[in-house]
Design a protein around this ligand. Sequence first.
Ligand code: HEM
Length: 148
Amino acid sequence: MDAYQSVLALHSYWAFATLGLLLIALLNSFAGLSAKRPFLKRDRQIALIALTFTHIQFLLGMVLYFLSPKLEAAKAAGMGAVMKDSNLRLFVVEHPLTNIIAVILITIGWSGHKKAAESPAKFKRLAYLYALGFILLLSRIPWSQWLN
Ligand code: HEM
């Protein structure tokens, strides 16, 4: 296994944990919001674990980008050809760009909850921004290739 294959495998399995933890954190925040209960230390911990996994997934993605033969293929083909090839475009442009935006939104949700004073506002910022980031991530997963 070379460096590329190892990072690909890590990015691939870590994605399960990341998406699972994000789903738990956002459902927990929506549940807290609708129950009108106080925001507890446990709620903060659930959100923080999801944030940490997301950031690690992001870093793995950045490393993978420069190791992947897809980047070489894209360079060889040229940007015009990449944009016309839906598969290359997904890996080289859409997946990275969309996921960077998703990670930023999730991070804004985290810092937003810290700035909010009241429990409902804390839950709301985490729930909405984590959910938005989660949907963006799901929209650009290479489903046909993942673990195939
Ligand atoms: C943060 C959330 C992210 C999630 C949940 C995620 C998830 C995934 C998944 C499930 C795959 C398919 C793996 C496989 O084929 O087994 C993948 C591939 C890939 N990801 Fe991500 N990713 C994320 C962020 C990023 C970022 C930010 C970048 C780059 C800047 C990136 C670059 C790549 C590349 C280049 C591949 C394809 C590698 C190859 O097949 O050669 N990812 N990602």
